[in-house]
Design a protein. Sequence first.
Length: 209
Amino acid sequence: MAKVVIMDHPMIKHKIGIIRRKETGTKQFRETISEIAMLECYEATRNLELDDVEIETPICKTTAQEIKGKKLAVVPILRAGLGMVEGMLTMIPAAKVGHIGLYRDPETLSPVEYFCKLPPDCAEREIFVVDPMLATGGSAVAAVDMLKKHGCVKLHFLCIIAAPEGVKVFTEAHPDVDLFIGALDDHLNDHGYIVPGLGDAGDRIFGTK
């Protein structure tokens, strides 16, 4: 059974407070999203396997540790997920990056696929799927469905803000995928937005309406 981790770090809470504010501008919003992603990545990679390697310091030979295999990938859900990629790559710079394009039908609130480009060896990689918001859960479930169809089995999902409804939908659909959440909010409103949330993450990252 996968785990659901709700971050309890003061720095993450502080930075989420910044992006919630409606007066926070595009530049600061984008930078803070990236910083939160970096902090979440630190937690999400806690259980990566390590190998012992022999190295030489300026003083002597010794045994150090490095990430086993080093085959990692970050897969943002377009377009808002792009805002988390830079922060993730700050922590794991050698990771490959795939992209999954989904949009939410305004009438049904169901996800519609329009793009999928993944590393050719994605099935061999530890995959970190990123999207700032986990609202209805539809897009997150669809993205992980697509990755599993490509043979991916080592999957983790990272979001910054989640609604309880989305968490329930996601964990029921993919009980084998770890879920990392910056803050768990109260509920979804009638338009499928998280309350209190932060509005439309994509619009606020890219300065569009």
